[in-house]
Design a protein around this ligand. Structure first.
Ligand code: BGC
Length: 761
């Protein structure tokens, strides 16, 4: 893991420069530890097990229906101190009521901690995490996580199951939308930023919430992109690609981690001592708590590594899983396991200590109701200020993929615009999957956003086109896509004919993405492609606004349609944010956090792949690593994104062709705005380690800076690289830089750029 992240300095003015924390927050406060020791000495074994037990409320669920306890039994258990935490209890009234049961009835009055999946906003919805990563502004993610924390904490909840930091390379996976894409460096910055946002500067303030870094680990590497499936991953890929964002989040002080559902090479993550004991709690000296995923301890039986729940409990606690979410494995079994000497009480005590530590750090022992403030609940959720931030985040997450002929920006007057597609008027889809307490249908639609931006709204004609999908409930799977009813296509074609320019909203319903929403196909579903082709046949001035939660196969569109705007699922203010971009009130500057394939057959596809012994030379030879029916490269590569202006890169300089260990390499490049409008550019630095003790990726992102330039203006952007930035886990599994030759590029994406080279002696 890159312990000390790349230090980037920009001499000139720069926007949103972000430096990850260098210091590991160990979460240890001697006073609190002493209090925990005293409390532990008073606790019975039953009470200890209770602290390791987490139940969902029975009225809201985010996983399969739990078995084993009915509501009455659960309430009884809370009263007797047998429930340390609950998830899915929200709102001041409900959390206060539940907390009262625990602290007024249980012998030791230990408060419960309430957790909830606040993934991209509580009620004010921000762009889905994948979209926010496209801003390449970790500071933006910090701010949105901060606002999410303010709203969550105002509703009585003090723990979010976020950030999700899984690296994803397979667009079939529905949970692609929940993470920051394919790159460990970008992913690490966003992981740390989100932790900082949720947890704020002062854990004892009542508007901070505990972060939970998930899913530990390698969940994004499931076979064939099918959710919950098996993972085979090498130790090298695990350490060099998958774990860096987790480490960055731990270093940023994350109070908790969550297990992953998947096995790795035969061992489910929940029972994986190598991950939890050796790496997380060992090498990283992590002192936060590890919660299982929903019944993932119980699922050890179904995986087939435990014959019964008792064995599952033994495996999980031994491996280092501290809290049992909805598995009902610890409470009925841990006591027996300890009494018969199968599980050392020290393991249980350590797990309980971690749970209590989080509760103490959040101030719950000082006041168990400190998050229960009706006034805050009324005044701090879905505020105007939060919506303004959501709009800012929305527009900054948009990626301009194509703009041939300068069709964009659109004119606010004097241009007849046909807006086509069900998604354009949809006020729900932009809220995205994993939407916490979003009010259904509360997003600003694209239609609304465009109407309010236009000086002459009468110039905008909206036509729905054919029905896209029926059945939008969270748990309706699979969604039913309309492939037969063509009603609406003719009308759309008519509207297109009469317009100067056509804007089409196409892509995915938000519930095509998220947990349990893997797909074997990443083309647009239903009749969308047919609609697009019918419209394009009568009017070539088409701007597609894509709404989606994963990279899509949009090859036909990219080949034919002049303008494509990647607008993801952008949250509460989606329509306004998109309109800001479409009409040029904001010049888009997002860059893709994941490669877009030309065809699903290329998946998994990612820019930081290995060379292979036979990299394709593009000359049409046979015996090289390539496809005979498609190119190797991505349709739109990682880091790619256009602007309404253009940027020229020149004058790449390095301070020396050779650096020795301990020395720093200064890199500088001049970037000029060569277009007619002001714009922002994400200047990206990549390296390649040419020879290593193990093979190295053909490119690795090691730094970036988002700068703002007026027309004609130039800036010199400076980067500094040192040995730590070149370090990786090599053949001996140790993190270190290996001497040798490196290539270096600075440019606008992972494919283009000025090139240089240097040697580490
Ligand atoms: C998901 C987790 C989530 C948990 C609680 C699980 O199904 O994998 O990411 O935090 O449910 O809702």
């Amino acid at each position: 893991m890159i312990k000390r992240m790349l230090f980037i300095s920009v001499l000139s003015f720069s926007l949103f420069s972000f430096k990850p924390e260098k210091d590991t927050q160990k979460l240890i406060n001697p006073e609190i530890e002493a209090k925990i020791t005293t409390l532990l000495s008073k606790m019975t074994l039953d009470e200890k097990m209770g602290q390791l037990n987490q139940y969902t409320s029975r009225w809201e669920m985010t996983g399969p229906a739990p078995q084993g306890t009915n509501e009455q039994q659960m309430l009884g258990m809370i009263k007797s101190g047998m429930v340390g935490s609950m998830l899915n209890v929200t709102g001041v009234e409900a959390t206060r009521k539940a907390q009262k049961l625990a602290v007024e009835n249980s012998r030791l009055k230990i408060p419960m901690i309430f957790g909830y999946d606040v993934i991209h906003g509580y009620q004010t919805m921000f762009p889905i995490p994948l979209a926010e990563a496209a801003s390449w502004e970790p500071e933006l993610a910090r701010k949105s996580a901060r606002i999410a924390a303010v709203e969550t904490s105002a509703s009585g909840v003090q723990w979010t199951f976020a950030p999700m930091v899984d690296i994803a390379r397979d667009a079939r996976w529905g949970r692609f939308m929940e993470g920051s894409g394919e790159d460990p460096y970008l992913g690490s910055l966003f992981a740390a930023a989100r932790v900082k946002g949720f947890q704020g500067n002062d854990l004892s303030a009542n508007n901070t919430i505990a972060a939970c870094v998930k899913h530990f680990a390698a969940y994004g590497f499931i076979e064939a992109g099918r959710d919950y499936n098996t993972v085979e991953i090498s130790e090298s890929t695990l350490r060099n690609i998958v774990l860096p964002p987790f480490k960055a989040a731990a270093d940023a002080g994350a109070l908790s981690f969550m297990n992953a559902f998947n096995e790795i090479g035969g061992t489910p993550s929940t029972a994986n001592a190598h991950l939890l004991r050796d790496i997380l709690k060992g090498e990283w000296n992590y002192n936060g708590l590890v919660v299982s995923d929903w019944n993932s301890i119980g699922e050890l039986l179904i995986h087939g590594v435990a014959a019964d729940k008792k064995e599952a409990a033994r495996l999980a606690i031994t491996a280092g899983s501290d809290m049992d979410m909805e598995g009902n494995c610890y409470v009925p079994n841990l006591k027996k396991l300890v009494e018969e000497g199968t599980v050392d009480i020290k393991l249980v005590d350590d797990a309980v200590r971690r749970v209590l530590r989080v509760k103490f750090l959040l101030g719950l022992f000082d006041d168990p109701y400190r998050y229960c403030d009706e006034n805050r609940e009324k005044t701090q959720i879905l505020t105007q200020e939060h919506l303004v931030a959501a709009r800012e985040a929305a527009k900054r997450s948009i990626v301009l993929l194509k703009n041939d002929g300068g069709l964009l920006p659109l004119k606010k007057q004097g241009q007849k615009i046909a807006l086509i597609g069900e998604l354009a008027a949809d006020k729900d889809v932009p809220l995205g999957s994993w939407r916490a307490k979003a009010i259904a249908g509360s997003a600003v639609s694209l239609l609304e956003g465009m109407r309010s931006a236009l000086t002459q709204p009468e110039n905008l004609q909206y036509t729905k086109g054919p029905i896209y999908v029926s059945g939008k409930s969270l748990f309706t799977v699979p969604l039913e896509f309309n492939t037969t009813d063509r009603t609406g296509i003719d009308e759309a074609v008519k509207a297109a004919k009469a317009a100067d320019v056509v804007v089409m909203a196409l892509g995915e319903n938000c519930f095509q993405t998220g947990e349990g929403r893997s797909q074997t196909d990443i083309k647009m579903k239903g009749l969308q492609q047919e609609l697009l082709e019918a419209v394009f046949a009568v009017n070539k001035n088409v701007v597609v606004v894509l709404m989606n939660g994963r990279p899509l196969d949009i090859s036909w569109m990219a080949e034919n349609v002049p303008s494509i705007v990647e607008a993801w699922h952008l949250g509460s203010e989606a329509g306004n944010g998109i309109a800001d971009v479409l009409f040029g009130d904001y010049n888009p500057a997002g860059k893709l956090p994941a490669s877009f394939p030309r065809t699903l057959g290329q998946v998994p596809i990612y820019y930081n792949h290995k060379s292979s012994g036979r990299p394709f030379d593009g000359e049409g030879n046979v015996f090289w690593s390539h496809y005979t029916d498609a190119p190797n490269d991505a349709l739109f590569p990682f880091g790619y994104g256009l602007s309404y202006t253009t940027f020229a890169y020149s004058d790449l300089k390095i301070s020396s062709p050779v650096i020795t260990k301990g020395e720093r390499l200064q890199v500088s490049v001049t970037v000029k705005n060569t277009g007619k409008v002001a714009g922002e550019e994400v200047v990206q630095l990549y390296i390649r380690d040419l020879v290593g003790s193990i093979t190295r990726p053909v490119k690795e992102l090691k730094g970036f800076e988002k700068i703002s330039l007026n027309p004609g203006e130039s800036k010199v952007v400076n980067f500094t690289l040192d040995e730590n930035d070149l370090a990786f886990y090599g053949a001996d599994n140790q993190l270190k830089a290996e001497p040798g030759d490196f290539k270096l590029w600075v440019g606008p994406n992972s494919v283009e750029g000025l090139e240089s080279s240097f040697t580490l002696k």
